[in-house]
Design a protein around this ligand. Structure first.
Ligand code: B12
Ligand code: SF4
Length: 369
């Protein structure tokens, strides 16, 4: 007896292979059942109730063919061939967590709400599955299709779906603002293979009141008053422990001659911060554009009643906070921090320039026969 036979022999389970005359019992049982009716549209009212009872705070439906979602199509169809419609949903976040100068409180809340979004989406998917529909939920944030990086690595843009599905509009800070809950939401999307009986439309007016607080509070000046968004500046600082920034930290470790050399490159505080990100959830450096945003009817009243209080309790604790701010050396962002936030400590980010992936990053083309 060979080693393989000795190891696997006792575990061998004979498979009952059916024949035409004597089909496998489960195959025979399924064939005996009445054939399924042609699956119809999902009823929008039923689906809305299902989503709300699964724990989401608001929900909207949109067909995959909706104008504005053209760039999502191939990525979505790659993730789940046959997708016909998208469920956009949001969950509220605890406002004071996100506003807090205690960044750990803010990051805890982001991670918790994203997990709750996944749990709610999973419940909805299982229920749809029980009703014979196919459904899939991509991650709220990470993980993503990282082999595509530095190209687009997310499966679906929750913001674009949310806007098309009537959950809100994109504000000056590039986040979706819900008319009631404001910016204090986590977004999610569910792909379904059935049309939905009624689709939603974008909300008619943008809840952003153009107060400019996001522009003045962002430590790296990523949000420009004219609507431009400096992706690089935001990513370099806010996502200091992620993606190409994380790869930069690894190279710092590798390049260090000894512990003293490593500490020249990375302070002990930064090392602990990397540990937190790896152990718990990504530790964003700042979500200040969300924190200060007064838009949305749940939020706006208090701001309008006393803008000074908002400035004192929400905005200034963040703008005054002494903290590391990560920038590219000799960049306009560095000048911005030096001029606007001289009490913050500038750190030069070490980032690996991730080359174009060897594997074709394009999604599968679903028009190909
Ligand atoms: C890539 C990404 C990032 C990147 C780039 C951000 C970006 N603007 O794209 C980085 C790493 C920098 C980032 C940072 C943050 N992110 Co992020 N991120 C994503 C991700 C994965 C995709 C975003 C995307 O679709 N980008 C592509 C397009 C749509 O982006 P766009 O440039 O913003 O906008 C286009 C159109 O919207 C159009 N447009 C249409 N109407 C309007 C109107 C106005 C006024 C303007 C200016 C533009 C505009 O203009 C652009 C054309 O290029 C999503 C998760 C997901 N899978 O969807 C989360 C997500 C967008 N992130 C989110 C959050 C909360 C953040 C942070 C606050 C991080 C944090 N601390 O939590 C910061 C905020 C930065 C900011 N002000 O935008 C939330 C936003 C929730 C919401 N209410 O909208 C999401 C949806 C995650 C989630 N599940 O909730 N993020
Ligand atoms: S902080 Fe003000 S300008 Fe920025 S998105 Fe919110 S309402 Fe608009």
């Amino acid at each position: 007896m060979s080693d393989a036979e000795r190891l696997w022999g006792p575990l061998h389970v004979p498979v009952e292979r059916g024949t035409r005359e004597r089909p496998h019992p489960t195959v025979a049982q399924m064939r005996a059942q009445a054939p399924d009716e042609e699956p119809g549209d999902l009823d929008a009212d039923w689906l809305r109730e299902l989503c709300l009872s699964a724990g989401v705070d608001d929900v909207g439906f949109v067909a995959l063919t909706t104008p504005g979602l053209e760039d999502e199509r191939d990525y979505v169809l790659e993730a789940m061939p046959g997708t016909r419609a998208l469920i956009g949903f949001c969950l509220r976040t605890s406002r004071d967590n996100l506003r807090s100068r205690s960044i750990s409180a803010a990051n805890r809340e982001v991670a918790t709400t994203q997990e709750l979004a996944h749990e709610a989406a999973r419940r909805i998917c299982l229920e749809l599955q029980r009703h014979g529909a196919r459904a899939l939920y991509p991650a709220a944030g990470l993980p993503s299709e990282i082999h595509r990086f530095p190209n687009r690595s997310w499966v679906v843009s929750h913001k674009l779906v949310a806007v098309a599905a009537g959950l809100g509009q994109i504000g000056l800070h590039r986040n979706v603002i819900h008319p009631k809950y404001g910016t204090f939401i986590v977004l999610g999307t569910i792909l379904v293979d059935r049309p939905i009986s009624r689709y939603d439309r974008p909300v008619p007016s943008n809840p952003c009141i153009d107060c400019g607080l996001c522009v003045t509070t962002c430590p790296v000046g990523a949000i420009h008053a004219d609507g431009e968004f400096d992706f690089d500046a935001c990513y370099t600082h806010n996502n200091h422990h992620e993606l190409s920034n994380f790869a930069g930290w690894v190279e710092d470790v590798v390049d260090s001659a000894d512990a003293a050399d490593y500490r020249q490159r990375v302070t002990p505080g930064e090392t602990l911060s990397v540990w937190q990100s790896l152990s718990f959830s990504p530790q964003f450096r700042a979500g200040y554009c969300v924190a200060v945003c007064p838009a949305g009817t749940d939020v706006l009243g208090a701001y309008l009643a006393d803008p000074q209080e908002h400035a004192r309790d929400v905005v200034q604790p963040l703008t005054r906070k002494p903290e590391y701010v990560y920038v590219d050396a000799d960049s306009a962002t560095e000048d911005h921090v030096r001029t606007r936030f001289p009490h913050k400590t500038i750190r030069h980010a070490r980032r690996v320039v991730v080359p174009e992936p060897e594997i074709d990053p394009a999604p599968e083309n679903h028009d190909r026969p």
